[in-house]
Design a protein around this ligand. Sequence first.
Ligand code: 4NP
Length: 151
Amino acid sequence: MKKVLMVCLGNICRSPLAEGILYSKVDKNCIIVDSAGTGGWHIGELPDQRSIQVANKHNINITNQRCRKFQVSDFDNFDIIYVMDNSNYLDVVSMARNEVDKLKVYLILEEIFPDLKVEVPDPYYDSERGFENVFQMLEKACEVIADKLKE
Ligand code: 4NP
């Protein structure tokens, strides 16, 4: 059973979409997908309404998700940790206990733009268009991730 964790800052906009999109592409009996945030402002809350809406538009329901904070034990509980931007990367890696932990962390868009350090922009202060843009980026990355997980 492969376990994948999606991480952003708030765990209400980007990582819930990444979780929902990847889940929609894999066999749920073989792969666990979860998400978390490095910040703790929205713990227990539903994803942002705009993420719920853009997911719905693409026939993905993310309303089962509740916000939680990333914790050190996530390094033990997950095989791969995908972060959305460079600041998430630094926040997560700063909690790593060793090299094994660190090597689990990847920028999610590295899957489509290897070595380029491209970020999924934070859409929190953006319009609906920003959420659609984030959805499209995550859709492409999750397509690649889902294919890799099938290997
Ligand atoms: P996310 O977006 O990291 O994609 O979930 C954010 C959501 C909330 C906040 C920041 C980013 N916030 O500061 O509350």
